[in-house]
Design a protein around this ligand. Structure first.
Ligand SMILES: [Zn+2]
Length: 413
């Protein structure tokens, strides 16, 4: 079967719809296009608008969403279980500057296809659609259901998938595959969690010429931060995830202090009475957000007592970690297909950044993986590209996955 040509056709049409987020341009056009492609393949399709009050609550750039309606496109083919669920986000980050090609046109140069979203992740959506379409054209009838969910706003905390999982899907699918770009030979089984926020340290504000009258909150914060960090580092190093990682250092939980920091007075002739610094704590799957917040408080209390400071902790956001056990059926299914179709042993890994898998694993208790075509480290850059072999290889693996999960065990892959 000829997959690459059809994948390129889909991909070109997708790239030409500039679904830039924020604020969420072109979502309606993309949803209509996806709906008609899925219907043409024989899917029943629901196009569900994400309610505005839901976006007010969860869209991080709210109210920038107003006037830009958002849609989840949910296609189903077949019926009953098992359910094989594919997820792809159709929003892309803004093009930024420095492009040698038009960002919203798929430009083919040799094996490469340039354009915003080619790797992250309209290429993945194209590969899923081409795998499904080619099988159905051959007369394949699934024993169970193929679901294809195309969602907005992954590039803004995953509001689309969150809505789908919390309000639309009634039960956990048997297999979840998010077509994020892992490259065609690697499988991500989950991601680290995050707790981020601010520590505000109090002193006493006076004129900069009479520092003996005040208490410099910056100096107190510096002592607090360094003592806190001394106490915390050995604790973090004593924990190690059992999930597979690509870099050895990635196995540990981490904390980054002072990504930004400032005296609230912001003036050199004022002895600062308040100083604020940020923290960004990354969690391994064995940790939970609640435990980590408790632990941050405990250690800040201890360090604070030792250096004699007063502080306030403010948590600004959190994402729970997510991990599917490597022995889960979906991990075996995808890994076996990569091995069988591409003849290589796949690498399994825990991602550092968040993706939408977390909603499936934590809300629905479903097992899932990220697996899809793309090139490492080009997502969000100028001259983002994917390659024709990547598209073709993952489409072949998806075909194998569909047949194995829902199939007749037929001969050709
Ligand atoms: Zn993505």
């Amino acid at each position: 079967v000829e997959l690459a040509g059809s994948a390129l056709k889909f991909l070109s049409r997708f790239v030409e719809v500039p679904t830039v987020n924020p604020p969420g341009e072109g979502y309606e056009a993309f949803a209509k296009l996806a709906e008609s492609l899925l219907r043409d393949m024989g899917f029943s399709v629901e196009v569900i608008e994400v309610p505005s009050d839901y976006l007010d609550m969860y869209y991080p750039y709210a109210p920038a969403h107003r006037g830009y309606p958002r849609y989840v496109v949910l296609g189903r083919y077949g019926e009953g279980s098992p359910v094989l669920h594919f997820n792809g986000h159709y929003d892309v980050v803004p093009p930024g500057s420095g492009w040698s090609y038009e960002p919203f046109k798929a430009t083919i140069v040799g094996d490469r296809v340039y354009g915003r979203g080619t790797t992250d992740m309209k290429g993945g959506i194209a590969a899923v659609l081409v795998a499904v379409e080619s099988l159905l054209k051959e007369g394949f009838e699934p024993r169970g259901t193929i679901e294809v969910a195309l969602v907005p706003d992954e590039e803004a905390g995953g509001v689309g998938s969150r809505f789908l999982v919390e309000r639309i899907l009634k039960a956990a699918p048997d297999y979840v595959i998010i077509a994020e770009p892992t490259t065609s030979t690697m499988v991500s089984i989950g991601h680290k969690g995050m707790v981020r926020g601010l520590v505000r340290v109090f002193g006493k504000q006076v004129h900069g010429s009479t520092p003996w009258l005040g208490e410099n909150a910056f100096l107190i914060a510096a002592r607090l931060a360094s003592r806190f960090s001394e106490l915390y580092e050995p604790i973090l190093r004593s924990r190690r995830t059992s999930a597979p990682v690509l870099l050895p250092e990635g196995a540990y939980p981490t904390i980054n202090l002072g990504g930004y920091a400032e005296s609230t007075s912001r003036k050199d002739n004022i002895v600062p009475g308040e100083f604020v610094f940020s923290f960004d704590r990354r969690l391994i799957p064995e940790e939970s957000v609640d435990e980590v917040v408790r632990e941050l408080r405990e250690l800040l209390d201890r360090a604070s007592k030792e250096v004699g400071s007063r502080y306030e902790l403010k948590v600004l956001g959190s994402v729970p970690p997510s991990a599917t056990p490597t022995e889960a059926a979906v991990v075996r299914l995808v890994s076996n297909c990569i091995e069988e179709v591409l003849g290589v042993k796949p690498s399994l890994y825990l991602s550092f950044g968040r993706n939408d898998l977390v909603y499936y694993t934590n809300t629905l208790r479903a097992y899932g993986v990220c697996y899809g075509p793309g090139i490492m480290n080009v997502a969000h850059t100028a001259d983002e590209y994917t390659t024709i072999p990547e598209l073709e290889n993952s489409a072949r693996v998806y075909r194998c996955v569909i047949r194995r999960a829902l199939g007749d065990g037929g001969s050709s892959l």
